[in-house]
Write a protein that binds this ligand. Structure first.
Ligand SMILES: Cc1cc2nc3c(=O)[nH]c(=O)nc-3n(C[C@H](O)[C@H](O)[C@H](O)COP(=O)(O)OP(=O)(O)OC[C@H]3O[C@@H](n4cnc5c(N)ncnc54)[C@H](O)[C@@H]3O)c2cc1C
Length: 436
């Protein structure tokens, strides 16, 4: 478990000095020596004393931006770090992950399950791994826990509601333009979420994972809190893309009920809400007056085997390739990459992109291709994966801890002909023998 360093005794301080940035303009500088650094940027914003200079600037204070700021503080407590984020309202997202001991904010966990199910029209598969439970964190709790660590350090500052217009390199520094002025830092990390999507190259696949999740409160107890429904394919249309329901039951009367679809494009206005309404009735017999929506989240996550592009500003989070191509999960990979990023900066090495082992990349590429081209076989395949394999093995695969033997066992339960077809078209396209 990577726990944050206790920093109550640390005496990090802030000096706000006026210097000049590369353009010769007066600059507010944060350094580790001087008076307390806490809130220096917030003060700069409030008093409008931009431009600001710091040792490290993090663009985007989402999952990766905050994780990286905390990791940097742990390894480089004397460096001043500023996190700039544009979000103005609350973050309604929920992040779940199989706990491998890499969650830096255990106190932010508000849901834990060690059993899950896959449902199809032909039956239900139950899986379990008590040593690596499935955990849930609300983004707002994560932000609060992370910000608390940074506030305690005194060496970092986060600024919310500040839109980043542009970032450019000037001599040995990056200059980030915001609505209020510039932030200059020799080390700048870009964690502003997914980069602009270009068409994927030949031989590569991209699916958009689109979903709408409703937090539902019911008037009677219906949810089984012992088990997460990872995928319920009973909602998938016979000739439609992969579509399933995902249910996180936090109490007998409260659950996140989500409708997810994997489709090759991000167009179309899917009637997710209607699907959810029907599901509440068909699965739990709930009538419209017996439930209400208390909150909602929506997403459109690109899942692709295209390697992330290296930009001029080092990337973190999903921009650095954190999204697992075959599943869309990113939370744990973001935490791991945050540590690796801080280590690279400490060691003066380039910040790495997130790349998997060749075996994981190969399996993911074939799996993604299979989901795109043969969605009608997805329910049966997921049921085999979760039903015929031991829970801990499935979790090892989903968290990139699988061994060669694990992967051979996975291949053994997959429908061979369908996966050979998916592998064959992938290889042919990559060899440019047939058009994409
Ligand atoms: C609704 C939803 C649910 C998800 N659930 C899971 C899950 O359960 N498990 C899992 O493993 N993964 C999940 N993911 C995928 C992934 O973990 C998240 O997308 C994660 O938040 C990615 O982290 P990030 O830091 O790269 O991006 P984000 O967390 O999106 O952070 C990017 C930040 O950059 C800021 N920003 C962007 N542009 C600008 C700008 N111009 N100026 C200033 N600020 C800017 C945004 O305000 C945002 O705060 C989910 C994704 C979504 C969308």
């Amino acid at each position: 478990m990577v726990l944050p360093r206790k920093c109550g005794g640390a005496k990090h301080t802030l000096s706000m000095t006026l210097g000049t940035d590369p353009s010769g303009t007066a600059t507010t500088t944060a350094s580790a020596k001087g008076t307390p650094q806490r809130g220096f940027l917030r003060r700069a914003v409030r008093e409008n004393i931009f431009p600001v200079a710091a040792d490290i600037a993090i663009l985007g204070g989402g999952c990766a931006g905050l994780a990286t700021a905390v990791a940097l503080h742990r390894l480089l407590p004397d460096q001043s770090v500023v996190v700039l984020d544009g979000r103005t309202g609350p973050d309604p997202r929920t992040w779940c992950f199989w706990d491998q001991g890499e969650n830096p904010v255990p106190e932010a966990v508000t849901g834990t399950w060690d059993q899950w199910e896959i449902r199809t029209s032909t039956g239900t598969s139950i899986g379990s791994d008590p040593h690596h439970p499935y955990r849930m964190i609300h983004a707002a709790d994560y932000r609060q826990a992370m910000t608390r660590r940074l506030t305690h350090t005194g060496a970092a500052a986060t600024v919310a509601g500040l839109h980043i217009a542009d970032v450019r390199q000037e001599s040995n520094s990056f200059v980030t333009s915001t609505a209020l002025g510039t932030v200059t830092a020799p080390t700048t990390l870009d964690g502003r979420g997914p980069a602009h999507l270009d068409p994927v190259p030949e031989g590569r696949t991209r699916l958009q994972q689109r979903f709408l999740g409703l937090w539902v409160h019911t008037t009677k107890p219906v949810f089984d809190t012992s088990t997460v429904t990872l995928m319920d394919f009973t909602v998938q249309a016979p000739n439609g893309p992969v579509q399933f329901m995902y249910v996180l039951p936090v109490s007998p009367t409260d659950a996140l009920v989500e409708c997810t679809e994997f489709r090759p494009d991000s167009h179309g206005d899917e009637p997710f809400r209607n699907v959810i309404n029907s599901y509440l009735t068909s699965r739990w017999g709930l009538q419209a007056h017996e439930w209400e929506v208390t909150a909602q989240e929506a997403g459109n996550i690109p899942m692709t085997d295209t390697p992330p592009a290296r930009g001029s500003v080092p990337a973190i989070g999903v921009r650095a390739g954190a999204t697992r191509p075959s599943t869309g999960y990113a939370f744990t990979r973001i935490q791991q990459h945050a540590t690796r990023t801080a280590e690279a900066i400490r060691d003066g090495s380039p910040v790495p992109l997130i790349t998997d082992s060749w075996r994981t990349r190969l399996l993911d590429a074939i799996f993604l291709r299979f989901l795109r081209d043969q969605p009608e076989h997805a329910p049966d395949t997921f049921q085999r994966l979760f039903g015929r394999l031991p829970g801990p093995l499935t979790v090892r695969f989903l968290t990139e801890h699988s061994t060669v033997l694990d992967e051979l066992r996975i291949i053994a339960v997959l429908p061979k002909r369908r996966f050979i077809r998916a592998a064959w078209t992938t290889f042919l396209e990559r060899l440019r023998l047939v058009p994409a």
